[in-house]
Ligand binder design. Structure first.
Ligand SMILES: CCC/C(=N\NC(=N)N)c1ccc(NC(=O)c2cc3cc(OC)ccc3[nH]2)cc1
Length: 322
């Protein structure tokens, strides 16, 4: 181990590398006090663009975001250390690894499982957008799985490209009377207002890859069209051999997320209302693993019919002052 912070190696026993990222690696570690498994993500400051300055700012913004967010489908940090050249972030261990590797090994993910994962991604991104955060780098490498089972919790990670929507001068300008305001200030506002739509597009690409096992946009998908041309023109193909067994509702969600015009694209809320996601059994499974009744038995699904599930009104000990 390169010069690890002393406190880090005192508190955790670091073992093997389990994942490699663009700006660092992930190792399996054990918390000495509890023997619990954790993931240790190392982020090398020198791998950041330009000066250390931007590295510090973007990494500290990421840490700030990670410490502020609280949702079952967003990664949680447990500890944080740094040296002159690296950040060391201790995280809950996601035993199932990256969705990227799951799709690669399974080719295509079965539609009901893809729907379960997609629903969790939508709920996580809905939470981020409601908290003024845009992820901007949603991809299968940044979606982690809690176990090797098909039915498991997913957690979104890597907030390096995230953006916090702050109160802007533009917003303050739009609160005043626009007597002397130029038209482009309004059109600019609409464009800036749609920056969150980039996450909806990315989730459309992630869903396409999970269902079909190949991406919608890739080199030589169309002769003479670069990948960026395919994207800006919204040109992709549902290859029949891959898509024949997949429902029309699933295809419809993908089509409405991969709309080039952010104005016409489904928002996260609209996607959650789409017929494909109107699946009570799936939602019950998802809510059950996201919010387990008793954390002990994560798959507790108390049946509403159970006697003890509905406290008898007589049980209530109303405060005499009520
Ligand atoms: C707090 C840092 C957030 C972050 N990346 N941030 C960044 N790249 N700037 C990040 C990036 C990747 C991960 N990955 C993992 O936790 C992870 C667990 C894991 C387990 C595996 O097999 C069991 C295989 C790969 C894994 N990656 C966790 C966090």
């Amino acid at each position: 181990q390169s010069n690890l912070p002393k406190e880090l190696s005192e508190k955790y026993m670091i073992t093997k590398k389990i994942g490699v990222g663009v700006c660092g690696e992930v190792k399996l570690a054990f918390e000495r006090a509890t023997c619990k498994k954790v993931a240790l993500k190392t982020i090398n400051k020198k791998d950041f663009p330009a000066s250390v300055g931007t590295a510090t700012r973007s990494a500290e913004r990421e840490i700030q975001i990670l410490q502020k967010i609280d949702h079952p489908c967003l990664i949680k940090t447990k500890d944080f250390f740094q040296t002159d050249d690296s950040y060391y972030i201790v995280l809950e261990l996601m035993e199932g690894g990256e969705l990227y590797d799951r799709v690669k090994s399974k080719q295509q993910i079965k539609e009901p499982i893809a729907k379960l994962y997609f629903y969790q991604m939508l709920k996580a991104v809905e939470y981020l957008h409601n908290n003024g955060i845009i992820h901007r780098d949603l991809k299968p490498e940044n979606v982690l799985l809690s176990s090797h089972d098909d039915v498991c919790i997913i957690k979104i990670t890597d907030f390096n490209q995230s953006k916090i929507l702050e109160e802007s001068a533009l917003m303050r300008t739009l609160c005043g009377t626009p007597t002397y305001l130029a038209p482009e200030v309004f059109t600019d506002a609409v464009t800036v207002g749609y920056s969150r739509a980039v996450d909806a597009w990315s989730l459309g690409v992630v869903l396409f890859v999970c269902l079909a096992g190949y991406p919608p946009f890739y080199p030589n998908a169309r002769i003479g069209l670069s990948v960026s041309d395919q994207i800006t023109q919204g040109i992709y193909t549902f290859i029949p051999s891959k898509w024949d067994g997949i429902s029309d509702d699933a295809k419809d969600v993908v089509k409405k997320l991969l709309r080039v015009d952010p104005n016409a694209r489904l928002t996260i809320e609209e996607a959650l209302q789409h017929p494909w996601l109107m699946d009570e059994a799936m939602k019950e499974t998802a809510e059950g693993i996201m919010y387990p009744k008793d954390p002990g038995d994560a798959d507790a699904t108390a049946d509403p019919g159970d006697a003890d599930a509905t406290a008898d009104p007589g049980d209530a000990t109303a405060d005499p002052g009520d």
